[in-house]
Design a protein around this ligand. Structure first.
Ligand SMILES: NC(=O)c1ccc[n+]([C@@H]2O[C@H](COP(=O)([O-])OP(=O)(O)OC[C@H]3O[C@@H](n4cnc5c(N)ncnc54)[C@H](O)[C@@H]3O)[C@@H](O)[C@H]2O)c1
Ligand SMILES: [Zn+2]
Length: 280
């Protein structure tokens, strides 16, 4: 919030007009911040995205969601403000630290789980951090999948776009309880994807055996599948009530039906969620 105010002040100090373009050059944090500045400065100016992390290239730079976190919850302030243009150069990923690579790979695996079973097969056969000649096709396949979903449900009204949130209902709650420190976004959603597969199996939505596969995948990817914060069931469930997909009749989850397919399931009782958190 401080940097948001700082950036707006900077633009005003430099007499930026409505015709200016804000360039978001950096990872997802910069994309969200610069994007929200672009969405709100003078009621909106042009945004150019130049994402430099794997996570930002495959996910956050596409789809027009920009925003900020509050201490009360993740992404609670924001706007839909699609970039006029997004330029992606995979070469910049050469300097990305290993942990950030794995962080981004969590979202890549997510695309496979929710909508592309052959991507899951490919990822299992590849090293956990793919060689440079595979970066471009990998980023392309993810961007195409996200763009397809966003084109069909830009403002998240039909439930389709919300399916991109697989692993995120639990993942966001974990991030919040840890104060957005200790675990990276992709690490928290890795844990979330495993647990939401367990939840789906418990609810009879997800094919049996799927959660074991997701767990193996996260092991292969070098991502976490558990954290001591999971013992804090009540506070986690409380945090999930603030999830944007939740409604008066319960929590909502993007659940796999099987690898490569998913659907949004509403009205999930908090007891069901507590039960799977307590089990692990
Ligand atoms: N708006 C959306 O649709 C959306 C979607 C997913 C995630 N997000 C948000 O994105 C954020 C995470 O983004 P992130 O994972 O990119 O993290 P990040 O922006 O914090 O970047 C990670 C680190 O990598 C460094 N870095 C960036 N590019 C680099 C490069 N090419 N080489 C070396 N270092 C580099 C950054 O300085 C930073 O230290 C979270 O806040 C998440 O909520 C937003
Ligand atoms: Zn995410």
């Amino acid at each position: 919030m401080e940097w948001y105010a700082h950036c707006l002040g900077w633009l005003a100090d430099h007499r930026a007009t409505r015709g200016c373009t804000v360039v978001a050059l950096g990872g997802g944090v910069i994309g969200d911040l610069a994007g929200f500045v672009a969405a709100t400065y003078m009621r909106g100016v042009k945004l150019l995205g130049i994402p430099t992390t794997l996570l930002a290239q495959v996910d956050s730079s596409v789809g027009g969601k920009v925003g900020l976190d509050l201490p009360q919850g993740k992404n609670l302030v924001g706007a839909f403000h699609p970039a006029a243009e997004v330029r992606i150069a995979v070469d910049v990923l050469a300097t990305l630290p290993e942990r950030q690579w794995r962080n981004g790979m969590a979202e890549v695996w997510k695309y496979g789980f929710i909508g592309n079973a052959s991507l899951v097969d490919t990822l299992f056969r590849a090293p956990s951090i793919p060689p440079a000649d595979e970066w471009r096709p990998l980023v392309e396949v993810c961007v195409a999948q996200k763009a397809h979903v966003v084109e069909h449900d830009e403002f998240e009204t039909t439930g389709l776009r919300a399916t991109l949130n697989y692993g995120h209902t639990i993942g966001h709650a974990i991030e919040k309880l840890l104060g957005y420190e200790e675990l990276l976004h992709g690490e928290a959603i890795a844990i979330g994807m495993v647990l939401e597969a367990v939840l789906g199996e418990r609810l009879g939505v997800t094919a049996p055996g799927t959660s074991a596969l997701v767990r193996r995948a996260m092991d292969h990817a070098g991502l976490p599948i558990w954290h001591p914060i999971l013992n804090d069931c009540n506070r986690l469930v409380d945090a999930m009530r603030l999830d944007k997909k939740a409604s008066a009749d319960g929590l909502a989850f993007s659940l796999l039906t099987e690898v490569g397919h998913c659907k949004l399931v509403r009205g999930v009782g908090t007891d069901e969620v507590r039960a799977i958190l307590g089990d692990h």
